[in-house]
Design a protein around this ligand. Structure first.
Ligand SMILES: Nc1ncnc2c1ncn2[C@@H]1O[C@H](COP(=O)(O)OP(=O)(O)OP(=O)(O)O)[C@@H](O)[C@H]1O
Length: 575
């Protein structure tokens, strides 16, 4: 909890003030029974009317101070806890943004969403309670006890006898509560994951008529969330009755023995009234305990989950030291590179070596799962090679600052993702200061300019949930344009033209021909590969063949087979 609550440090001043007000309210509250005892003994029993009025005014004044302190304390508690949760959420989000993919994969997206929303809410609530009642309740118990001793030590003993039992009981309950509530948060992750998956794949769900199945799957996970939440709350439900039972027993003891003390003259009626009053206050404070323990247990579980994100070990980004020094712009070298994903440790790239000159175009081919995407991910350093060296622009990737390196690279992933916003917003994503002409120029190269112009609002057309729905090919071309806008010196296209028709694809390649960028293009089509300077053929994580189309036709049996099968397909297309 220490790391999480360190984000409350900037509000130290407010916290101290809120705690001071809380103490003031508490002190006043503790003085009230004392004054009441005086009213009874010096006023009512002694029949002194003036004393009753005098002390009555004091009591009223104390009540007003308690009220004002309570209201102001509440105000500051809300302010501090809200600001704290805002800061924590912002830091957490920033941290997630800075994750390497390896770290990102350790946390399911739904788990991150729960941590950023529900978990942060729970620690925020506990901070609020901390400033309002969390400290106040134990202090009220402690203060009532001390005051009870001040009033009459002999009677007060009956109140404290039960304390050790209560403390052990509460400690055990906290431990149990933390364990159960962290389980509840995991269940919540599962519910979030299911909702997320379902909403993302809504078309598929409808196409396969899986609506009812999905609904019953949801009921199942929601039901286990309910069962585990009920279990967790059940622990908390035990606390209050046990506390009240024990306190009532000690209250009975006070009354029982108090009566005989009054008869023997070692206690006065007012003192007994005051001690009973303190006992009632202690009982009230104890009844708050179940509430506090529950909130504390949930917040402890949540803060541990938040700290997992905050303290996650990650690929450390090199300190930014101005523009990184480019040795040979556009050159890419792989030297004996092997790679395994951290989660599986299975080598998916084995001893890969090749060298690309600036502005060279390389086509990467290979069966699905042969390691093409994995190879490309090492260039912008989404992952680090397990063995060997990757050099970009003449320098080892690990010696670049990630920011400087990625600024020079345009990546078009296999899945074209667009964000909610206008087409211009999406295109300038790669370069915030890009002017309209630059966007249109990139769109022209990506063969999407004319399509965009035909939209009613042109480049201001909104895409995403509240905008137009684009076709797969249109999305692919917009993603290519987005990468071109930043004028990258290395352009990575991971099977990003699969949804384009033959004519559009040919026009795209023609436009890219003149692009001043080293290009790595994953493709399944020989007719695309032929346009590249070299072709790299992958087979089960290894280079099966490397060279020009003619080289590979001569020397690679696998390549010849692919070429032959595609020739047949093309002949079929024309039959
Ligand atoms: N995040 C990941 N964690 C663990 N293994 C992975 C991960 N991504 C891919 N792999 C594995 O790495 C191997 C190579 O996958 P990769 O995506 O590089 O192949 P590919 O040639 O690009 O395939 P495709 O043409 O289908 O995209 C596969 O066996 C795959 O199961």
């Amino acid at each position: 909890m220490k790391t999480v609550f360190s984000y409350a440090k900037p509000y130290k001043g407010y916290i101290v003030f809120a705690l001071f007000l809380m103490l003031l309210e508490l002190t006043v509250e503790l003085m009230q029974p004392f004054v009441i005892a005086k009213i009874v003994d010096d006023g009512i029993v002694a029949g002194d009317q003036d004393r009753i009025i005098q002390l009555g005014i004091v009591l009223l004044g104390l009540s007003i101070i308690a009220l004002a302190s309570g209201i102001i304390n509440s105000y500051y508690a809300s302010h501090v806890s809200m600001s704290f949760s805002f800061d924590l959420r912002r830091v957490l989000y920033g941290r997630v943004q800075s994750f390497s993919l390896a770290t990102f994969n350790k946390f399911p997206a739904s788990g991150l969403i729960t941590r950023l929303t529900s978990d942060v809410n729970l620690v925020q609530q506990v901070l609020f309670m901390g400033l309002r009642i969390m400290l106040r309740a134990p202090l009220l118990v402690l203060g009532s006890m001390v005051m009870a001793f001040v009033v009459n030590a002999e009677l007060a003993v009956y109140l404290v006898i039960v304390f050790p039992v209560l403390l052990i009981f509460l400690y055990v309950m906290v431990l149990k509560g933390v364990a159960r509530f962290s389980f509840v948060q995991k269940r919540l992750d599962r519910v979030n994951r299911l909702i997320q998956e379902n909403l993302q794949a809504v078309r598929l769900v409808k196409a396969y008529l899986r609506g009812n199945y999905e609904a019953s799957r949801f009921s199942e996970v929601a039901d286990s969330l309910k069962i585990d939440t009920v279990k967790a709350f059940r622990i908390m439900e035990i606390i209050l009755p046990v506390l009240l039972f024990v306190m009532n027993i000690s209250l009975l003891a006070v009354l029982w023995f108090g009566a005989s003390h009054i008869q023997t003259g070692s206690a006065q009626i007012g003192e007994l009234v005051a001690i009973v009053n303190y006992a009632m206050r202690m009982t009230g404070a104890f009844s708050m305990f179940s509430f506090i323990i529950m909130a504390f247990a949930r917040a402890k579980a949540s803060s541990e989950r938040i700290e997992e994100v905050l303290l996650a070990e990650d690929v450390r980004e090199k300190e930014e030291q101005g523009e990184a020094h480019v040795v040979r712009r556009g050159e890419i070298v792989f030297e004996n590179v092997s790679f395994a994903y951290p989660e599986t440790n299975r080598k998916v790239l084995k001893n890969i070596s090749f060298r690309m000159k600036p502005n060279e175009k390389l086509a990467i081919m290979g069966a699905t799962g042969s390691g093409k995407s994995s190879l490309l991910q090492l260039i912008p350093r989404f992952y680090d090679a397990t063995e060997g060296t990757v050099l970009v622009h003449g320098r080892e990737v690990k010696s670049w600052s990630l920011r400087a390196l990625r600024k020079t690279i345009g990546v078009v992933p296999q899945q074209s993702l667009l964000f909610t916003g206008t087409i211009s917003d999406n295109l300038s994503w790669g370069k915030e200061q890009a002017v309209q002409d630059e966007l249109a120029f990139a769109a022209q190269k990506a063969q999407i300019h004319h399509t965009v112009e035909r939209f009613p609002k042109g480049y201001s057309t909104r895409v995403g949930q509240k905008g137009v729905n684009l076709s797969g090919g249109q999305k692919q071309r917009l993603s290519i344009a987005r990468a071109l806008v930043r004028k990258p010196s290395v352009l990575i296209l991971d099977d990003s033209t699969s949804a384009l028709d033959v004519k559009t694809e040919a026009a795209l390649w023609e436009a890219l021909e003149s692009e001043k960028a080293t290009m790595l293009v994953v493709t399944q089509k020989i007719r695309t590969a032929k346009k590249a300077d070299r072709i790299l053929l992958m087979e089960e994580g290894e280079i099966s063949a490397y060279g020009t189309h003619d080289d590979l036709m001569k020397h690679s049996e696998l390549y010849r087979q692919i070429a032959l099968s595609q020739q047949e397909e093309e002949v079929d297309e024309y039959v």
